[in-house]
Design a protein around this ligand. Structure first.
Ligand code: THU
Length: 127
Protein backbone atom coordinates (compact mmCIF):
# COMPACT_ATOMS: atom_id res chain seq x y z
CA UNK A 1 0.00 0.00 0.00
CA UNK A 2 1.36 3.43 -0.88
CA UNK A 3 1.62 6.36 1.56
CA UNK A 4 -1.23 8.23 -0.12
CA UNK A 5 -3.71 5.40 0.44
CA UNK A 6 -2.62 4.95 4.05
CA UNK A 7 -2.96 8.70 4.66
CA UNK A 8 -6.46 8.59 3.21
CA UNK A 9 -7.43 5.97 5.78
CA UNK A 10 -5.90 8.07 8.54
CA UNK A 11 -7.96 11.09 7.45
CA UNK A 12 -11.09 8.93 7.49
CA UNK A 13 -10.26 7.72 11.01
CA UNK A 14 -9.77 11.31 12.16
CA UNK A 15 -13.43 11.94 11.47
CA UNK A 16 -14.18 9.70 14.46
CA UNK A 17 -11.91 11.67 16.81
CA UNK A 18 -13.48 12.33 20.19
CA UNK A 19 -11.76 15.58 21.09
CA UNK A 20 -14.26 17.90 22.81
CA UNK A 21 -11.59 19.39 25.10
CA UNK A 22 -8.75 20.17 22.71
CA UNK A 23 -10.75 20.30 19.50
CA UNK A 24 -7.64 18.79 17.93
CA UNK A 25 -8.59 15.69 15.98
CA UNK A 26 -5.92 13.16 15.09
CA UNK A 27 -6.22 10.12 12.84
CA UNK A 28 -3.86 7.18 12.41
CA UNK A 29 -3.66 4.22 10.06
CA UNK A 30 -1.28 1.40 10.91
CA UNK A 31 -0.21 -0.94 8.11
CA UNK A 32 0.81 -4.48 9.04
CA UNK A 33 3.43 -6.38 7.08
CA UNK A 34 0.74 -8.70 5.74
CA UNK A 35 -1.23 -5.77 4.35
CA UNK A 36 -3.92 -5.19 6.96
CA UNK A 37 -4.74 -1.68 8.15
CA UNK A 38 -5.84 -0.75 11.67
CA UNK A 39 -7.05 2.78 12.13
CA UNK A 40 -7.34 4.90 15.25
CA UNK A 41 -8.41 8.30 16.47
CA UNK A 42 -7.76 10.21 19.65
CA UNK A 43 -10.24 9.56 22.45
CA UNK A 44 -10.24 12.31 25.07
CA UNK A 45 -11.52 12.16 28.62
CA UNK A 46 -12.82 14.74 31.09
CA UNK A 47 -9.83 13.95 33.30
CA UNK A 48 -7.64 15.04 30.37
CA UNK A 49 -4.86 12.71 31.54
CA UNK A 50 -6.71 9.58 30.45
CA UNK A 51 -6.80 10.71 26.85
CA UNK A 52 -5.65 8.08 24.38
CA UNK A 53 -3.86 9.25 21.26
CA UNK A 54 -4.81 8.10 17.76
CA UNK A 55 -1.57 6.15 17.31
CA UNK A 56 -2.00 4.16 20.50
CA UNK A 57 -5.63 3.43 19.64
CA UNK A 58 -4.44 1.92 16.36
CA UNK A 59 -1.65 -0.09 17.99
CA UNK A 60 -3.99 -1.52 20.64
CA UNK A 61 -6.54 -2.47 18.00
CA UNK A 62 -3.88 -4.27 15.95
CA UNK A 63 -2.23 -6.09 18.83
CA UNK A 64 -5.56 -7.18 20.26
CA UNK A 65 -6.35 -8.70 16.86
CA UNK A 66 -3.08 -10.64 16.87
CA UNK A 67 -1.00 -8.32 14.64
CA UNK A 68 2.39 -7.15 15.86
CA UNK A 69 4.46 -6.65 12.71
CA UNK A 70 4.13 -3.19 11.33
CA UNK A 71 5.42 -1.63 8.12
CA UNK A 72 4.13 1.93 8.45
CA UNK A 73 1.87 4.26 10.34
CA UNK A 74 0.24 7.37 8.90
CA UNK A 75 -0.67 10.12 11.35
CA UNK A 76 -2.74 13.11 10.35
CA UNK A 77 -3.96 16.29 11.98
CA UNK A 78 -4.74 19.83 10.92
CA UNK A 79 -1.22 21.01 11.76
CA UNK A 80 0.67 17.87 10.76
CA UNK A 81 1.85 17.16 14.30
CA UNK A 82 4.42 14.43 14.87
CA UNK A 83 3.57 11.64 17.36
CA UNK A 84 3.94 12.50 21.04
CA UNK A 85 6.61 10.90 23.20
CA UNK A 86 4.27 8.30 24.70
CA UNK A 87 3.24 7.15 21.22
CA UNK A 88 6.87 7.01 20.08
CA UNK A 89 7.61 4.75 23.03
CA UNK A 90 4.64 2.48 22.26
CA UNK A 91 5.55 2.30 18.56
CA UNK A 92 9.11 1.38 19.58
CA UNK A 93 7.79 -1.67 21.42
CA UNK A 94 6.78 -3.32 18.15
CA UNK A 95 8.78 -1.35 15.60
CA UNK A 96 7.58 0.28 12.41
CA UNK A 97 9.63 1.14 9.32
CA UNK A 98 7.99 4.41 8.38
CA UNK A 99 6.11 7.09 10.27
CA UNK A 100 4.22 9.14 7.71
CA UNK A 101 2.98 12.48 8.99
CA UNK A 102 0.68 14.88 7.21
CA UNK A 103 -1.28 18.04 7.87
CA UNK A 104 -4.07 19.66 5.96
CA UNK A 105 -1.56 21.57 3.84
CA UNK A 106 1.93 20.80 2.60
CA UNK A 107 3.67 17.60 1.68
CA UNK A 108 3.62 14.52 3.94
CA UNK A 109 6.90 13.87 5.77
CA UNK A 110 8.28 10.38 6.26
CA UNK A 111 10.42 9.57 9.29
CA UNK A 112 11.98 6.49 10.82
CA UNK A 113 11.38 5.75 14.48
CA UNK A 114 15.14 6.03 15.02
CA UNK A 115 14.95 9.63 13.82
CA UNK A 116 11.94 10.46 15.94
CA UNK A 117 12.97 8.56 19.04
CA UNK A 118 16.68 7.89 19.39
CA UNK A 119 18.01 6.16 22.51
CA UNK A 120 14.58 4.69 23.24
CA UNK A 121 14.04 2.48 26.25
CA UNK A 122 13.39 -1.04 25.01
CA UNK A 123 13.34 -4.63 26.25
CA UNK A 124 17.09 -5.04 25.74
CA UNK A 125 17.63 -2.73 28.67
CA UNK A 126 15.74 -5.03 31.02
CA UNK A 127 18.40 -7.76 30.90
N1 THU B 1 -2.76 13.50 20.18
C1 THU B 1 -2.75 12.34 19.43
O1 THU B 1 -3.79 11.74 19.17
N2 THU B 1 -1.54 11.89 19.01
C2 THU B 1 -0.35 12.48 19.29
O2 THU B 1 0.69 11.94 18.98
C3 THU B 1 -0.32 13.78 19.94
C4 THU B 1 -1.60 14.25 20.53
C5 THU B 1 -4.06 13.99 20.66
C6 THU B 1 -4.24 13.88 22.14
C7 THU B 1 -5.26 14.95 22.40
O3 THU B 1 -6.56 14.42 22.22
C8 THU B 1 -5.02 15.99 21.33
O4 THU B 1 -4.21 15.35 20.36
C9 THU B 1 -4.31 17.23 21.83
O5 THU B 1 -3.15 16.91 22.51
Amino acid sequence: MNPTDLLEQAWAARRQAYAPYSNFGVGAALLTRDGRVFTGCNVENATYGLTVCAERTAVCKAVSEGCRDFAAIAVVSETGATPCGACRQVLTEFGVDQVIVAGSTGEPRIYTLAELFPYAFDSRQLT
